[in-house]
Structures are given as C-alpha cells and as structure tokens.
Design a protein around this ligand. Structure first.
Ligand code: C2E
Ligand code: CA
Ligand code: CA
Length: 758
C-alpha cells in the first residue's frame, strides 16, 4: 500500500512544539553537565596543588622536629660524656686496668653505652670492653683531641661519641662512648611518613654518615641527581650543596626519572656539622586525598550515568505516551485507519504546498447504509465500512489520503482537478466496492453517493472544504446517485439564503412584515370584478421586498407555510368583515393552500374556525389547491376526502396551476372542484391553433363538471380576445391589474364598479 499518510506508518504528525523544547532542555542539561565536570576537575587539580604545598610544609615541619630531636639526643649524649669526664678527673692512676675497666663498665652501663673508652695522647686505650686498635685514628676522636665534641662511625655498625679529656685545663686524651648505630637509626626512621620516606644524616659534603638500614636508597638518590638533566633541578642541587656547607636549611621538589614527584629537605644539625636529609614522595598526603577525589569523581560519574538513564527512560515513556495519544486522537476504531482528525491534518499538509486547483476533496456516502445495519446487524455494517475504506485506500496514491469521518461518510483527498478524471476514479472505486461486496455474498449492490469540491483555495479551513464536498453530495438528486456532483458556489449561497429567511420568519410574522395583496379576477363576458386572489408579500425592513417564489418553497419544506397561509386567510377574513361592515360589495376571495396542510387532518377546521370568528360565509372563501398535490404521497383518495370536507364546510375549491405540470384531463373528472385555474403558459402563444383546441376543450370539460375557468397571467388584449373566443369564464392578469395592497385594491374596485369598461 505504500505510505499514504496512513497512520501509523507515516510522518503524518509533525513533532509537537514541546518536543523541541524537550530537545533544547536536553542540550542545556548536557552543556551544564560538561561545565560542572570541568569545574570539578579544575577543583580537584586545585586540591592536589594545595595538598602538595601542605605536604612540603609538613615535610619541613617533621624534618625540623626530627633534626631538633637528633640534636637534642646528640647534645644529651655528649653532655653525659662531659659530665663523666669531670668525674674521671679524679682518677690519678690508670695503672690498674682491671679497676679502670670495672669503673668504665659501670659508667657505660649507667649511660647506656656499649663500651666506654679513654684514649690518652700516648695512644693508650682504657676501655670497658675490648675495642679496635685504630680507634685513635677515628676522625671524631682526632677532632676531640683537638678540643671538639664529635661523633664517628665505628666499623660501620656503631657510633662513637667523643669529648676531649682535660687535666688542669689541658687536653690529655679523649673520652668516648660507643653505641649501636641502631639507636640513631631508630630515631631517623620517622614513623610520621608512614614508612614512605627516607631519612639520613650526612656531613656537609653530602657523605652519608647514618642511614636507616643501608645506603642503597641514597645511592639511588645520587643516580636521580646525576641523571636529571632538568635545569631547575640541577640548580636546586647546587643550591643545596652550598647551603649545606653554609649550615642553611631548605626544601625543594623535583620529578624523579621514574616519574614520581619527590620532596627533598635538608636540615643542619646544630650540635654537629651534620645535615639531616629527608626525601619523601610528593603525593604522600595528596595520595590519600587523590583517592577521595577519585571516589568523588566516581560518584559524580555514577550520578550522571543515572541521570542520563532516567532521561532516556522518560524519553521512552514520553514516546510511548505520545504514540498512545496519537492512536487515541487519530485512529478510527471501526476501520482501524485514519479518522477525521487525521484526515484533516494530512489534508492540511498536502494542501499547504500545493497551488490552487491541485487537489479535490470528495465525500463518499453509502446509500441506505441504515438498511444494512437494520437488516444485517451493526457488525456486518462495520465490516462493510472497513471494506469500503480499505478499497478506497487501495485506489489512492501516496500523495493522497482517505478516512472515514463518521457514520458511513468517507472523505478522499485526491490529487486531481479534472472533473471527468475525478468522476472516472470515483466510479472505479464504486465498482470495486460493489464487486467486492457481491463477491462476499452481499445481496445488494452498494451505491456510493459522491460529492466533490475542487480546492480552488487551498488556504481554506479543511472543515470548510469538507463541508463543500458534503454540500455537493447533498445537492444530488436521486437520479444522480451513482455519479459525482461538484460543489457549486451558487448552491451554497442558496442554502445560506434559506437559512437566513427561515431565521427571520417568526419576527416578520410578529411585526407585520408579511402583507396580503389582492389581485382581481374579472368576468370575461362582462368585465366586472368576480373575485380576487390573495397573494402574500414580504417587506422586510432590512432585506427589502422578498419575492414569494424565494420564500414559499423554503417555508413549504419545513411547514412554516401553514402558519403563513392561516395568517393570509385571517387577513382575508378581516378584510371581508370590514367590507361588510362598511357596506361595500363583497365577492369571493381565494387563498392558496399549501400541500403541507394535507399532512395535518385538523387544517380545515382551523380555516373554518377563523371564518366563523369573523362571521364570514364560507361560500365567500375559496381554497386554491395546486395541481401537483394530486401526485403527492398522500394519495388521490385522501385529497378527494379533503375536497369533500371543504365542500361540507361550504368553502369553494379551485384547482390551481392546471397545465403547469403533468396535469391530465382525467384529473378534472376525478375531483369535484368549483373552478379550474389555467396556468399562464397556455396563453404564451395564443396564435397556435393547437393552443386554441386544448384551451377550448379544457374549458368545455370544466363546464361539464360544473366548474368555471380562470385564466391566469393574461397580459395582452390578444390573450383576452382569445379567451373570449374560447369561452373562458374569468381572467386574472396584469391586463386588469397586478396584485395590489388592500387600499389600492379597494380603490381599483371602486373605479371599475363605477366604470366597468375602464
Ligand atoms: P399562483 O398561485 O399561481 O399566483 C399567481 C402568480 O402569478 C402571482 O405571483 C401573481 O403575481 C402572478 N401573476 C398574476 N398575473 C400575472 C400576469 O399577467 N403576468 C405574470 N407574469 N404574472 C402574473 P406571485 O404573487 O409571485 O406568487 C407566486 C406563487 O406563490 C403563487 O402562484 C402561489 O403559488 C404562491 N403564493 C403566493 N402567495 C401565497 C400564499 O399566501 N400561500 C401559498 N401557499 N402560496 C402562495
Ligand atoms: Ca394561486
Ligand atoms: Ca396559479
């Protein structure tokens, strides 16, 4: 079938405005997320930098603390040695090595030394425990010989703390205490750096004196220094070397060859010319914060993911709802295809870009569909509706559309503007429907009534376009059932006029806009007034004079004519009453009786009552029945009875417009009328011999049944002469007078009674 704007395959429905808003909000949200993420990253970077600074301050603090500790410790040890040195001054005799060793042993124990050693200038060694021979050559011992407190390494495992030994103000030797280097190592292995840092003590030249366990890390440190070609690092190292010589402290950071960032601090120990070096990774603290930052990023990421998930979910729910709404709004439950709303929408789309007279909208209606429902049930009826729409769809192109609007009304929007082509296409569709239904065993051929409007003005509201197709379809007569009728503007104007006149009727009746005119009927023989016909006139204050031929047919359709006829009849009775009261001559006045009256059995009584009310003898009142009434549904018998009833009530009865339609002479024999009014078309050409024969025989026949004749529409002396020769009884026509209002009519009668020849 292709895409014919058929719901639900088509792009029939443009995304709603809200959808664009939704899209815009999504983009805004995405931009916001990106922006916030960038802000978060920048923030994290700031935090990292701040923690790095904090780390460096921390390293300085801890190193300073440690240096103080070491200083303090060294100072205490050396002080203790000095105090001991004071004590030992009293020992005069070192000749008893046994006594000296015992004394030293007890003092060493007291001061927590492994051994206590005294070396004199001669190289004699007195010690609590055996000691290595070259003890004298230790740099620290040598320094103490020169008067300094000092510390030296002993066989790489112990540390010897030494002070000068005085006698009478002169250095006579060196007193030294030896301890495991472990003691000092424990001190410089700071727990504060959670084992990640390295600390060592060097001399001013950077020679390692004490390191925690072994010297390997510091050898690597040397490598780092040596390999690093970074200018700033080289400068920093040079600065450190000069600082160390000048007993200054400092801190700097650098990136090792393996990429780790390190912080190096150096502190001079006050008690000795040593330097405390501390090396720790820069991320010692930031490593921990980095974990939190990473976790925060993870949480933010999860929230964003969740958020995106919720958005996608809601978009999906939105789409599902949108689709359901679409179905509710645009799907016809009976046929399962487009409903009228969908048709209008699609039609709008098609017409929007099309030039005038490109498309035609047609209405197709199943004739007597009600009967199908009644005889076969509504289920079968629905099947027929489905089948019809299906076949219509089969017959249209993707640039066209179709729908069932309501009941058995189908609309088509065809890309066609040639009436003949449209008729042909619709005829083929009708044939297809009929054949399909017959093939399906449906007993009646389906007749599709069609009306179409070639869309000259594509900007019109689709509903108006549909209305025009419908109007065209309704204007169809039953003879035109199978063929398409095209909308014609004159027809709608007529409809509008009808609507307008109907709306004005009540008010006009109340306000006396309807007036009765009288047209005299004159005896052919004598030329005297024999009666008059009452004819209604409508003078509307806004619309002006409205002709009876405009409004009588309209009011006949809806029964308003009965009220109007009664009004005319009453006016006639009123007039007659006044004439009688004024002592004027009276003659029969005829009023026209619409066929509508015969639908109401009470009508004649109403006329009778009015006549009684004004005390008018019914013999003065004539009721004109138009001849076409005898062909109405009511049947000849009914009309006959009514005529009999009129006569019983005493009314005269005349047969109006005889010869205007399908009148037959037979009619005259059937009905007991008092007069026959010959239609004016008999007298249009009085020179034709055939006319004379026809009129003469009707006149004769009328006389036979006891009725007189009234010739209508006589305008010329020739016509009048013709009547005389055919022995017509009465004349009603412009030759004597047009219909006149009552004062004019009275004036006319006065003139013609005084001078009948005038
Ligand atoms: P109708 O009953 O055949 O009335 C005669 C019509 O012929 C009147 O038209 C009248 O003005 C016109 N006529 C009379 N003499 C001549 C003439 O010499 N030449 C020409 N050309 N025309 C002439 P009108 O008044 O326009 O009425 C038209 C029709 O409207 C009437 O035809 C009648 O059928 C209907 N009608 C008028 N008044 C009433 C009414 O009160 N009730 C009903 N039911 N129908 C009425
Ligand atoms: Ca008449
Ligand atoms: Ca007539």
């Amino acid at each position: 079938m292709g895409n014919k704007g058929y719901f639900p395959d088509s792009k029939l429905f443009r995304p709603a405005r809200e959808f664009f808003h939704y899209k815009r909000s999504l983009i805004t949200l995405a931009v916001l997320i990106v922006f916030l993420s960038a802000a978060a990253i920048w923030n994290a970077y700031g935090l990292h930098r701040a923690t790095k600074e904090v780390t460096s301050v921390y390293v300085s603090d801890v190193s300073l603390q440690l240096a103080d500790d070491i200083d303090h410790r060294l100072g205490t040890i050396l002080q203790n040695l000095q105090m001991l040195e004071d004590n030992l001054q009293s020992i005069e005799d070192y000749s008893d090595p046994q006594a000296v060793r015992q004394l030293f042993e007890s003092k060493a124990k007291l001061l927590d030394f492994n051994s206590l050693v005294l070396v004199d200038l001669d190289g004699n060694i007195y010690s609590s425990h055996p000691i290595q021979n070259d003890f004298l050559n230790l740099p620290g011992v040598q320094a103490s010989m020169r008067g300094d407190n000092s510390v030296s390494f002993l066989d790489g495992q112990s540390i010897a703390y030494s002070v000068p030994f005085y006698k009478d103000g002169t250095i006579v030797g060196v007193l030294a205490g030896v301890r495991d280097k472990q003691n000092m190592q424990n001190l410089i292995q700071p727990s504060s750096f959670s084992g990640q840092g390295l600390t060592c003590i060097t001399d001013c030249d950077g020679q390692v004196i004490i390191s925690p366990t072994n010297l390997d890390p510091f050898l690597q440190l040397d490598d780092i220094f040596m390999q690093n070609s970074d200018n700033s690092v080289v400068q920093n190292i040079q600065k450190m070397q000069s600082d160390m010589k000048n007993h200054l402290d400092g801190t700097f950071s650098f990136t090792a060859v393996d990429g780790t960032e390190l912080i190096l601090s150096y502190y001079t120990l006050d008690s000795l010319e040593w330097v405390l070096l501390t090396l720790i990774p820069a991320d010692l603290i930031s490593a921990q914060t980095s974990v939190y930052v990473a976790q925060t990023f993870l949480i933010i990421g999860s929230i964003i993911l969740l958020f995106v998930g919720i958005l996608l979910l809601s978009a999906r729910i939105y789409r599902i709802h949108y689709r359901q709404l679409e179905q509710a709004a645009f799907l016809d439950p009976v046929t399962g295809r487009n409903n009228n709303a969908a048709f209008q929408l699609r039609c709008r789309q098609l017409l929007r870009d099309a030039p005038p007279n490109t498309y035609t909208v047609a209405l197709v209606n199943i004739k007597n569909f009600k009967l199908i429902n009644e005889n076969f049930g509504s289920q079968r009826g629905n099947e027929v509706l489905r089948a019809v729409l299906h076949l219509l769809w089969e017959a249209i192109t993707p640039q066209e559309t179709a729908a069932r609007a309501d009941a058995d009304n189908f609309y088509l929007c065809l890309r066609e503007n040639d009436p003949q082509k449209i008729r042909d296409r619709l005829r083929r569709m009708t044939e297809a429907v009929s054949q399909t239904q017959q093939a399906a065993g449906f007993p009646y051929p389906l007749i599709l009534q069609q009306g179409a409007y070639i869309v000259e003005d594509p900007t019109l509201d689709v509903r108006i376009i549909q209305d025009r197709a419908k109007t065209a379809c309704r204007s169809r007569t039953s003879l035109e059932d199978g063929q398409c009728i095209f909308y014609d503007a004159v027809y709608t104007q007529k409809m509008q006029r009808e609507y307008e006149l109907n709306a004005l009727f009540e008010d006009s009746l109340k306000h006396g806009d309807f007036r009765v005119f009288l047209q005299p009927k004159v005896w052919v023989e004598s030329g005297t007034v024999g009666g008059a016909e009452a004819l209604v006139r409508w003078f509307h204050p806004q619309l002006g004079t409205i002709s009876p031929s405009d409004f009588i047919p309209i009011f006949e359709q809806n029964g308003k004519i009965c009220r109007l006829d009664l009004f005319v009849f009453e006016q006639v009775c009123k007039t007659l009453r006044r004439w009688m009261q004024e002592g004027r001559a009276v003659f029969p006045i005829s009023v026209n009786l619409s066929r509508q009256h015969f639908k109401n059995p009470d009508t004649l009584h109403q006329f009778q009552q009015i006549a009684q009310q004004y005390q008018i003898p019914t013999s003065l009142l004539e009721l004109e029945l138009t001849e076409s009434i005898f062909f109405d549904d009511q049947g000849i018998e009914h009309v006959k009875e009514q005529i009999d009833e009129m006569h019983r009530m005493g009314f005269q009865c005349s047969l109006d417009d005889f010869g205007a339609g399908y009148s037959s002479l037979g009619l005259l024999m059937e009905f007991d009328v008092d007069s026959v009014k010959l239609d004016r078309r008999f007298f249009l050409d009085v020179t034709r011999p055939k006319t004379r024969d026809v009129v003469a025989s009707i006149t004769q026949l009328s006389k036979k049944i006891g009725a007189y004749t009234v010739a209508e529409g006589i305008e010329t002396p020739e016509q009048l002469e013709f009547l005389r020769s055919t022995r017509g009884d009465m004349v009603q026509g412009y030759i004597y007078s047009k219909p006149l209002d009552i004062p004019e009519f009275e004036e006319w009668v006065r003139e013609h009674t005084l001078d009948p020849e005038a």
